[in-house]
Design a protein around this ligand. Structure first.
Ligand code: CP3
Length: 329
């Protein structure tokens, strides 16, 4: 998560060259290079396409800007007229550079290194669209809980757009896709099925109709004990778990049926040293024997020393399942 980004000096250089974050996303030469930077430096097993979840609203015609360090800023979508003004037919043309980048990354990656495509889940993208920025997303919740039949129309547009976006990334070479529902955790349990599970299930169904064998990873951040019903009801192949869930719980409750991804708190990458490597080993001891993608519970933080990411990769590679420590497998 955010394995490419501001903690890498080589990213900063290309970011300056591009001028704006979205120019970086929409310039295939630069997006390809940024995607490959962490893989070249650290040798991860997978690259995640360098892009953003907010390119979808941008493609739909909502103005999106990223101020330096202030997070995203969007023209808010607050009325039925605003929803009617969205332009799904622009998607393919507007996102063509993203797909070109995906295709070139897939070609450039060494044998055995996977490309992961992604999109924001409808609820999380709707949160940013309604609010117009990050925050508590009270305006989005107010609309969803107060006038659900109106808010549903926005979700319906996003379900189609998100599925289309993922399908095209797979067509261009993404070998797995991830749905980021970063704000699923702000939904009360009474609204969870309608705004997190149901739209995600619709996206997964549309995607699987075209790409039945491409794995879908779901990441409903901050949803704790709801993860099981999320995985059951949405049809995802793998669940990405944040650091609020213990690796042992995920191993017991989820891993028998779903591949797991996670769940190191990114702050351990600021701490470094044996605190970092002990935590990595504990996660692997709990989850490493089953289908598991070692990852963070959320994005790499700016200011993370790149040396600590190198230490992480080394610690993950050195780990062996119990009973096999001495065999050197
Ligand atoms: O390496 C990767 O993980 C791939 C690229 C990627 C980015 N954003 C690049 C990025 C991915 C997968 C995302 C997903 C994303 N974007 C999410 C879901 C994951 C999460 O973090 O919960 C969300 C909510 C967004 C929306 C978004 N984009 C925000 C809130 C911000 C501002 C955050 C900040 O710290 O400034 C961004 C900007 C962004 N997206 C950056 C990067 C590298 C930093 C932009 C910069 O260079 O200034």
């Amino acid at each position: 998560m955010r394995q490419a980004g501001r903690y890498l000096p080589e990213y900063g250089e290309l970011r300056r060259q591009a001028g704006s974050f979205l120019t970086l996303c929409y310039t295939p030469e630069l997006a390809v290079e940024v995607t490959l930077q962490p893989v070249k430096r650290f040798g991860m097993d997978a690259a995640i396409l360098f892009s953003d979840i907010l390119v979808v609203p941008d493609a739909l015609g909502v103005e999106v800007t990223f101020g330096n360090g202030n997070g995203p800023c969007l023209t808010p979508v607050r009325t039925l007229q605003d929803i009617a003004a969205l332009r799904p037919e622009r998607m393919q043309h507007h996102l063509a550079p993203v797909y070109t980048a995906a295709e070139r990354v897939a070609q450039a990656l060494p044998e055995g290194v996977a490309l992961i495509g992604f999109a924001g889940a409808p609820w999380t993208v709707a949160c940013y669209m309604v609010e117009g920025r990050g925050g508590a997303f009270t305006a989005a919740k107010l609309w969803a809980f107060g006038k659900p039949e109106e808010f549903q129309r926005l979700i319906d547009v996003l379900v189609e757009a998100t599925a289309e976006h993922l399908i095209e990334q797979a067509r261009r070479g993404a070998e797995a896709v991830q749905l980021f529902d970063s704000w699923a955790g702000i939904l009360p349990s009474s609204e969870f099925e309608r705004w997190c599970i149901a739209p995600t299930r619709s996206v997964v169904q549309r995607f699987k109709a075209i790409w039945p064998d491409v794995p879908v990873i779901g990441f409903p951040r901050g949803t704790g004990c709801m993860l099981r019903s999320y995985a059951e009801a949405t049809g995802v192949d793998a669940v990405s778990v944040d650091s609020g869930v213990s690796a042992e719980w995920a191993a017991r409750e989820l891993q028998p049926r779903w591949a797991i991804q996670g769940n190191l708190d990114p702050v351990y990458l600021l701490v470094g040293g044996t605190e970092l490597t002990d935590r990595i080993r504990a996660i692997l001891d709990a989850l490493g024997d089953g289908p598991f993608v070692f990852n963070l519970g959320h994005g790499v933080l700016p200011g993370t020393p790149p040396g600590n990411v190198a230490l992480l990769v080394e610690a993950v590679r050195a780990w062996r399942p119990r009973g096999e420590e001495a065999t050197g497998r």
